[in-house]
Design a binder for this molecule. Structure first.
Ligand SMILES: Nc1nc2c(c(=O)[nH]1)N[C@H]1C(S)=C(S)[C@@H](COP(=O)(O)OP(=O)(O)OC[C@H]3O[C@@H](n4cnc5c(=O)[nH]c(N)nc54)[C@H](O)[C@@H]3O)O[C@H]1N2
Ligand SMILES: Nc1nc2c(c(=O)[nH]1)N[C@H]1C(S)=C(S)[C@@H](COP(=O)(O)OP(=O)(O)OC[C@H]3O[C@@H](n4cnc5c(=O)[nH]c(N)nc54)[C@H](O)[C@@H]3O)O[C@H]1N2
Ligand code: SF4
Ligand SMILES: [Mo]
Length: 708
């Protein structure tokens, strides 16, 4: 009997907690928090232990599957046969219908996966199609866009310096449940408590009194989708008071006058009713924020995925910059990661792009080489040259995660060919003709290429696999390479596929990380990191500007033209009158991870969590009582869910969790099928998006609620 303990990071969410996995004879005995991890210091959430469930899940796919021609049944096939089939089908479709007839979608686990961040990107770019999509446009796109516009790199994302701030103004985020986003900071509860213990303040702005709002000094309800007006009024106050201060950026910043002129139009009194926050309250908040020595305004998913998501991200940056809270300790800061992805991207001319082309049907803008998921279904359905005929999904479940997922689902069933690279036969992959299942997290190397870019301290950890994979299994990178060899549509894609294929294991992502580490700012290598299994702390965040500004003129741009050009849309929205309908928002739960962990019994057992949260006053006026089944209807469809009455909801706002809807037939998710819930995205609207950025509008979709 050999008993070993492995140390690595949990790959399930952005917190990247250190875990200790005790293994005996190829079996997991326990998964605990790693007390010796300098970053997470033993913290984990209940999902970490569920890694065991996914790893051992009898429903997890381990061999390729092919849909039997003319039926909905899958049968196992060999890897070579599967690759041949995918290669010939995709080449044939491209030959007849052109490059853009092949579309690809990459989902969220991509960012935790070394294979997919390296060879996955290479393969998808080498398809040479305009139809590349990812979860980015249902998520953080606005943040990346404001970074590109203001600082010159899509990945130069400001991170709130939570451990040193004294005033944390948080909009549209619930880190006590999500464990933080664009802010890798394991143990947010401890960090927020430390903030308050040192006399600091946390203020949460959210249409729901969330778990995070409950531990804050102050919580303010806000009408969904109106944060841009609040931000403008905060800025108005600061400018009107003459309290702007650009600090160390004053000689490197353009556009202060343009912002002054713009915010002059938006005194707190003008926005208060729409926003749902009293004008004096807005003024007081602005003054306290500007006066604080160390303060940060941070906005996340709730402000990104709404009709003015791009404007919100921009204005949050502006607020931090004009109060000298950007790029300073305790404010919004930038990392110095051991692998400098931003420099790497800049070297190959990939710092970012926006609106280089528009989507074929609705004309939504390209961002970083991708189109917004809101147009995916219509690009499949609308006839003409460039219509999507073949679809590749990798680590994504778009049927449950894009707006109007039901429409996408209908479109998928009409494709000529679909292939999914995924560990499950789920709501999306059931539409595939071929499923190629990669190894799961514990069977391959792990390094957080993406999240060390977003960490509140500079840290690094490299972990080898816990389990050796079987001879039949393939890693994501091997699948991507094999696909490159067969379907790449650029010379470099094919050359890389063939070259790497000839190199075999010597081309694995580990070598890429090693090379990148050697080119980076630290002395670490893969070997040195393997000798430090709990990870290394590389120090607190440091000021990076102006040296790291990568805009064309090397200056920080406070007022990029794209935002100014969109102001009329904002003005019109402020004038519009509400018709009294209910506004829908989503929510997360500590025991869920987007759509794909409901097959773990320990995470889903207990009472049904897929409920419609509603304020008792709204329920009463509709004759709805607690626990009653109601129908929730939007422009695109309806779902039925039990109501849960709670005054934690703002009046006029209802909430359904995202990631459910496992009732669909033909999946292989035996536990999730028993706890199906309904999909929030069966009623979110693919036409409700941020017109400026193309990002999905999940917050503020109008719905009617009726007893069934
Ligand atoms: N209404 C509404 N919609 C939302 C959101 C919301 O809050 N409200 N949130 C949005 C956000 S923030 C996101 S990120 C998206 C998520 O959207 P998606 O990324 O499309 O969905 P996930 O549920 O994360 O699905 C991940 C898929 O990856 C597979 N997988 C897991 N690990 C691996 C692996 O190592 N390799 C491979 N190849 N596959 C793997 C899983 O089986 C699953 O099929 O949803 C968005 N949609
Ligand atoms: N347990 C768990 N953790 C997760 C995930 C998960 O599914 N489960 N998903 C991971 C992923 S992919 C991501 S991107 C992150 C997201 O992490 P967060 O950004 O923290 O996202 P949410 O928890 O969805 O919190 C968004 C908040 O915005 C509020 N909100 C909605 N609309 C508005 C609005 O118009 N204005 C304002 N001010 N607030 C609004 C909602 O009520 C909610 O409290 O979480 C990650 N972590
Ligand atoms: S918070 Fe939970 S899911 Fe996220 S990394 Fe830590 S243990 Fe994993
Ligand atoms: Mo996300």
């Amino acid at each position: 009997m050999v008993r070993r303990t492995h140390y690595r990071n949990c790959n399930l969410c952005e917190a990247c907690c250190g875990i200790a996995i005790e293994v005996e004879n190829n079996e997991i005995l326990s998964i605990r928090g790693d007390e010796a991890d300098p970053f997470s210091q033993g913290y984990i959430c209940p999902k970490a232990t569920a890694l065991k469930d996914i790893h051992e899940d009898p429903d997890r796919l381990r061999t390729p599957l092919r849909k039997r021609p003319g039926s909905d049944e899958f049968e196992p096939i060999g890897w070579d046969e599967a690759f041949d089939l995918v290669g010939s089908k995709l080449r044939e479709i491209r030959k007849h219908h052109g490059n853009d007839a092949i579309a690809a979608y990459q989902g969220n686990p991509t960012v935790h996966n070394l294979s997919l961040l390296t060879y996955g990107q290479i393969f998808l770019r080498s398809l040479n199609t305009r139809n590349v999509y990812s979860a980015t446009s249902a998520d953080q796109l606005p943040h990346m866009l404001s970074s590109l516009q203001m600082f010159g790199d899509t990945l130069r994302l400001p991170v709130p310096d939570v451990d040193r701030t004294e005033f944390f103004l948080m909009l549209g985020a619930n880190p006590l449940v999500s464990n933080g986003s664009l802010m890798t900071a394991p143990g947010m509860k401890r960090r927020l408590k430390a903030l308050r213990d040192r006399g600091g303040k946390l203020i949460v702005i959210d249409p729901r009194r969330t778990e995070t709002a409950a531990v804050a000094d102050q919580h303010l309800f806000i009408t969904p989708g109106t944060d841009a007006f609040l931000l403008l009024a905060l800025l108005h106050t600061i400018f009107a008071d003459g309290k702007t201060n650009l600090g160390h950026l004053s000689n490197h910043t353009d556009g202060l006058d343009a912002v002054r002129e713009l915010v002059a139009e938006f005194p707190p009194e003008r926005v208060a009713e729409t926003v749902g926050i009293d004008a004096e309250e807005i003024r007081a908040l602005a003054r306290e924020f500007a006066a604080a020595d160390r303060a940060v305004c941070y906005g996340r998913l709730g402000v990104s995925t709404q009709r003015f998501g791009a404007t919100c991200s921009w204005l949050i940056n502006v607020l931090n910059i004009v109060t000298a809270h950007m790029d300073r300790p305790g404010g919004a800061m930038f990392t110095t990661p051991a692998v400098d992805l931003i420099r790497g991207a800049a070297l190959i001319g990939q710092s970012g792009s926006f609106n280089s082309w528009k989507s074929r049907v609705s004309g939504l803008p390209e961002f970083a080489g991708e189109l917004p998921v809101s147009v995916l279904a219509e690009e499949m359905e609308t006839p003409g040259r460039g219509r999507i005929r073949a679809f590749i999904t990798s680590a994504g479940n778009p049927v449950l995660s894009v707006p109007n997922g039901a429409r996408l689902e209908r479109a998928l069933s009409k494709l000529d060919f679909m292939v999914s690279i995924d560990i499950y036969l789920n709501e999306t992959t059931r539409h595939a003709d071929v499923i190629l299942p990669p190894t799961f997290a514990l069977e391959h190397d792990h390094y957080e290429l993406a999240f060390y870019l977003l960490s509140v301290r500079n840290v690094a950890k490299f972990s080898p696999p816990v389990f050796e994979r079987t001879a039949e299994q393939r890693d994501d990178w091997e699948i991507m390479l094999e696909l490159s060899r067969r379907v790449a549509n650029t010379w470099w894609g094919r050359a890389l596929g063939n070259g790497a294929n000839a190199l075999g294991n010597r081309a694995d992502p580990r070598r890429m990380v090693d090379l990148a580490l050697r080119a980076g700012p630290t002395k670490e290598t893969v070997k040195s990191l393997l000798g430090k299994p709990h990870g290394v702390d590389l120090g607190p965040l440091e000021s990076r500007f102006p040296a790291q500004l990568n805009t064309p003129n090397g200056r920080l741009n406070l007022a990029p033209q794209i935002y100014l050009d969109d102001l009329d849309r904002l003005r019109r929205a402020l004038e519009a009158t509400s018709n009294g309908g209910l506004l829908l928002i989503g929510r997360r739960h500590l025991r869920s991870n987007n759509s794909w962990m409901h097959n773990s019994l320990r995470l889903v057992k207990g009472k049904n969590r897929c409920t419609l949260l509603m304020n008792p006053v709204d329920a009463k006026s509709r004759g709805v009582s607690d626990g009653e089944l109601v129908s929730v209807r939007s422009r695109v469809g309806a779902v039925e869910a039990p109501v849960e009455l709670s005054d934690e909801m703002m009046r006029g706002v209802v909430s359904l969790p995202h990631g459910w809807g496992h009732h669909r037939s033909g999946t292989k998710l035996s536990v999730a099928n028993e706890h199906p819930g309904v999909s929030l995205n069966d009623i979110t609207d693919d036409r409700f998006y941020d017109e400026l950025s193309g990002n999905s509008g999940f917050s503020g979709v109008e719905v009617q609620v009726e007893a069934t």
